[in-house]
Unconditional design. Sequence first.
Length: 298
Amino acid sequence: MSNVYLKHARYGKDLVRIMRVYKEGSVQHCTELTVRLLLEGDIETSYTKADNSVIVATDTCKNTVNILAKRSDNVDNIEVFAQEITSHMLKQYGHISGAFVDIIKHKWTRLLVDGKPHPHSFVRDGEDVQTTSVQHYRAGDQINITSGLDKLLVLKTTGSAFHGFYKDEYTTLVPTWDRIFSTAVDAKWTFTSKSAETLRHVDFKAIHAGVRQITCDTFAKDDSASVQATLYLMQQQILAKYPQIAEVSYSLPNKHYVGIDLSKFDIDNTGKNAAVYHPQADPSGLITAVAARKESKL
């Protein structure tokens, strides 16, 4: 078909699972990752001409990730480890113009046994994960990094209200001055620098820990007028504290807990007397926003 062309193509290996153990005497550390590695470049003929000579096999991509994990001291520092992978691919394969790595870091927390950290035992004490997406282009050695935290489930039983909202003939929601506020945090932040040399020296782990702390502290302390207002307060604090970050986004589903009607039993479970709630799976509100410094606007 002469009127059809290959507009864009990437390929690689997804769902590469790694458990990396580091040993320091009797103390051991572990990091579990799920890695995606995709490539683009002069690979068009593999699609259009059935020419496999330009394909770096996806199995080779998997093996590369595993070998670099064995050799690297930075598997726990996923932004740095991702850059090690992308740099290797661009150095190894001259016809590849871009390498793209997405990493999920799964949570393992050292167990406390008899009140002390155990040297080699861990527990998954939450489903929240750390993420990063690294795009590395040969042209200009340019790197784009977006990191994040996801599936961080938080809840507070008071300190949240919602009133004064727009009303029309379709509005049935009753204003409230005290409600349960729960959400599963999905936050992402993009780094300002695109320089490979600069990005290799950013303290990514400290920034991730700081963003998580700001998120949790603000959620707990803010006398929330709305999810929107609390979300923006988190963004303001992150951008104020970390000049390395160009913009930060949040996606916060509002996980509703609805007071159960017990009036048929002559029991008041409303207002200040509310104590029993039904966790409502769906539908749920979804509040999203991206905040950036004015000088970083395009």
